[in-house]
Design a protein around this ligand. Sequence first.
Ligand code: UDP
Length: 371
Amino acid sequence: MKKLDYLVVGAGLFGATVANQAKRAGHSVLVLDKRPHIGGNVYTENVEGIQVHRYGAHIFHTNSREVWNFINRFAEFNRFTNSPVANYHGELYSLPFNMYTFNRMWGVVTPAEAEAKIAEQRRAAGITDPKNLEEQAISLVGKDIYEKLIKGYTEKQWGRPCTELPAFIIKRLPVRFTFDNNYFNALYQGIPIGGYTAMVGRMLDGVEVQLNTDYLKEKSRWDAIAEKIIYTGPIDAYFDYRLGTLQYRSVRFETEVLDMQNFQGNAAVNYTDRETPWTRIIEHKWFEFGTQPKTVISREYSSEWKPGDEPYYPVNDEKNNALYAQYKKLAEEEKNVIFGGRLGEYKYYDMDAVLEAALKLSAKEFGSCRG
Ligand code: UDP
């Protein structure tokens, strides 16, 4: 008999959910995280009374009632609706792509006119079966929107030409022929009042957590004390990169406190031209309708991940997915270890999908979802 039933590596959303459910089911569980705080990349911290999303903006949205009910046990959510604005050399456009965007781009007024314009540009480009992000984008919204609102942003974000990126990345964004600036097609949406860190803290209520602890540095010692490991770190790091490194995009944030009430009038402004070095600026107070006298902004710079950086986005192109498939085979042979989350499964997961996967795994491991 080992000391612990479960050792959870990583105190992000996946790890916190599984730890919560393990504890509820009466198992002994310990959570490790190498950072000095819980929450993984959803971590928020209070600066000037404003909840700052230290690792990038996180807007919770889901279509799953089960996920929504589950997460609402740990926080009350506000009614924030994500409506980013695109800034292309000083021209402002509404996102996601909708009638406001089409009107500003082409002067079209009706949905029929907008559809006709897009169809004309799709025909001119001669795309029937889109094979990459560029072709997919042009076929969804036409060449003008692709060139002003997608190409520059995407190439900065991913550091690769749009012709070498998978089409699914752009399918994340809705295209609507209505006047609706809501970025998400989700039934439920909002930001936890009081911040994500407090929410994850409640998920981990009563669970032992050890921070500043790098599992991989003393793997055999940790493995010896737990029957099962739930590992949410990078899958390639787990195997000491023995098949090669998977590629990730990393993000650097330049955060400033400004002595003004309102910097940009919106939580997110995307800089969609190629020349501006940052991809977007987040003004954190607008996630919570802030009334503070000051404001906090973060400029986001995207870069290729290298060892020592924080990995944020898996690059799910063919080459990386093929390498991941090989790592997954190794993972399946690993007795008593379960891999989960954005890094453990090398998947561009949204928060709700992470929760759904973690609840599914928990149901399998510990019986049905527990409150
Ligand atoms: N995208 C774009 N222009 C924008 C916003 C998004 O071209 O103004 C594309 C870009 O390729 C990006 C993808 O859509 O990587 C997904 O955007 P999303 O906002 O969902 O990304 P996240 O918030 O996860 O970084």
